[in-house]
Design a protein around this ligand. Structure first.
Ligand SMILES: [Zn+2]
Length: 272
């Protein structure tokens, strides 16, 4: 029983065989997949995929590097989509200082993030957060800015959202950032890089994270795990991440699958 809480199945890389990709995922033991939106059009596609596939759920929102068409009108469209019963989160939203260097554009990212967090609070749905540092370091301005924004936001929430406010997707921060996010009740999403040969330091950190707050995600079509590295990633590969976490935490892959599936069900409130 596996869940992939982050796969971009709307990407054109899946145009030739999208239905086969979903079928392979189900055959390999997945019970649910969550497709996050990157902007209003991608959010529309994510909702459509969720409508036509029982095991697919959607999130809607504007990714920090996809703000060209962000406006009152397009945000309004996303807000409408968010009411759909299969939209379980607002995302992916966040901060990206790797692709965006200009100060005013970074300020815009933070402003849009705050608007989307405010909206998530209004409709009482958790958030899926993207965070990337300027130089792929584990800690820097992006972590600092994101934590500050999340602290302020989480403080204003009420239960149950305050107890399950969201996930730091494809978590690539340091242990201190992880601990601060956990203290704010956030979950942490683990992706393919945990399987990479040179990722000992990352595995050391993951060893210190509690399993009951961990999600596993492919981020398809990106970040293919070993031994599929170099290929297009797809949800059927998510078990490689479960296998690696099992190794790190001295558990069986089946245990990790069922723990992370239960975590996802709790966070996204989609039942069992
Ligand atoms: Zn993503």
């Amino acid at each position: 029983m596996l869940t992939d809480t982050h796969c971009h199945l709307d990407y054109n890389k899946f145009d030739p065989d999208r239905e086969a990709v979903i079928a392979r995922a189900l055959e390999s033991g997945l019970i649910r997949m969550l497709v996050p939106g990157l902007h209003h059009k991608s959010s529309r596609d994510a909702v459509q995929l969720a409508e036509s596939n029982a095991s697919v759920y959607a999130a809607v929102g504007f990714h920090p590097t996809d703000l060209e068409e962000f406006s009152e009108k397009t945000f309004g469209e996303v807000k409408e989509l968010a009411k759909h019963p299969k939209v379980v989160a607002i995302g992916e939203i966040g901060i990206d200082y790797y692709w965006v260097k200009e100060k005013d554009q970074r300020a815009l990212q933070r402003g849009v993030l705050n608007q989307q967090l405010q909206f998530a609070k209004e409709i009482n749905k958790p958030v899926i957060l993207h965070m990337r540092e300027e130089n792929d370091a584990w800690f820097g301005e992006a972590s600092q800015d994101l934590l500050k924004i999340l602290e302020d936001w989480q403080r204003g929430l009420q239960s149950p959202l305050a107890d399950r406010p969201g996930v730091l997707h494809s978590f690539n921060g340091n242990l201190e950032t992880a601990q601060k996010a956990l203290a704010l009740n956030f979950y942490l999403g683990i992706t393919g890089p945990v399987t990479y040969k040179n990722a000992d330091e990352k595995r050391e950190m993951i060893k210190q994270l509690p399993l009951d707050r961990m999600l596993i995600e492919t981020d398809s079509p990106f970040l293919s795990p070993v031994p599929e590295r170099g290929k297009r990633n797809e949800p059927a590969f998510v078990h490689h991440i479960a296998d690696k976490i099992a190794e790190i935490h001295l558990k069986s892959p089946v245990e990790i699958a069922s723990i992370t599936t239960a975590n996802a069900a709790r966070l996204f409130a989609w039942g069992d």
